[in-house]
Design a protein around this ligand. Sequence first.
Ligand SMILES: [Zn+2]
Ligand SMILES: [Zn+2]
Length: 331
Amino acid sequence: MDTASHLSVIVDLSPTQWYLSSKTADANPYPLSLDTFFSQLFVFLNSHIACKDENTLTVYGALPGRSILLYSSTGEAKADQDVVADANTYRPFNVLDSTIMKSLADYVQLLGVSETETPIGLVGALTKSLCYINRISMISAQNEQHVGLDPRILVLSVSPDQSSSYIPIMNSIFSAQKLKVTVDVCKIYGPNSVFLQQAAHLTGGSYVHLDHPNALLQYLTMSFLPPPGIRQLLSVPTQDKIDFRAACFCHKRIVDIGFVCSVCLSIFCQPVPVCSTCRTKFPIKTLQRLNAARPMPVASMDPSAPSLPSSTSIRVNAANGNGVRLNGAQR
Ligand SMILES: [Zn+2]
Ligand SMILES: [Zn+2]
């Protein structure tokens, strides 16, 4: 661990999903409650800041309908003065743990009962993390500290995919690629996330779906504590199967077969005469041919529908008739 490492952790705090995760069920034989989750997460975060003195850390909470900064080792959201000293705890650990719990308690109190069902602000948290990393990278470049920051984002997810957030998540992935940020995903509860799988794959991170969520700490320490630079020497779990499906731009539904505008690469679930993004018109003959070639006239687009086979890579026909191989979405 020669270079300092920056870690941004995004914690999915959907009240409904955490309630379900804490209940024992046939589909959830190893329940994990929010309490246990936080106690294990704190050990992981403390390990990160203990690994190297220059290591930096930010923690974002993705709450229903909003995202908040819970902790930042560089100052914001830091409440040093409020921390009660504890003779048995190393002070930086104490500051980290109590700041996160205090910030969280403040926001949870403001949360209305009606809001608990709102989808979590994952995209907001992702975007804020990227902006933060961009800022600290620029500062370190200005200070001529050419010690690589090795920045990474770890998403601790319990919520299912929101297909309406497909485009902003893909845009975040492209920004992460440009900033050389690795996105790791730890899926603690619920079905696999199509978009987060792609995020991890496209940025060179790990996507781990926990079989035993109650052993979270072991997964975190073994897979996500080593910075990306060291992982080449370790055998970090990788995905053997990635769901590359995309969501259509027209209905925001996850599709198995889509139609791509040959001009702007927008994805549609059915052939369209005019691209709604770039206004390109397509010949009527092409539309007829594509319509005739569709496997079923009205495909069920429900992402949970089991009738459609899920493919690891989908073939998408461009609207002008040229076949385009689409690995993830292009825009
Ligand atoms: Zn559509
Ligand atoms: Zn277009």
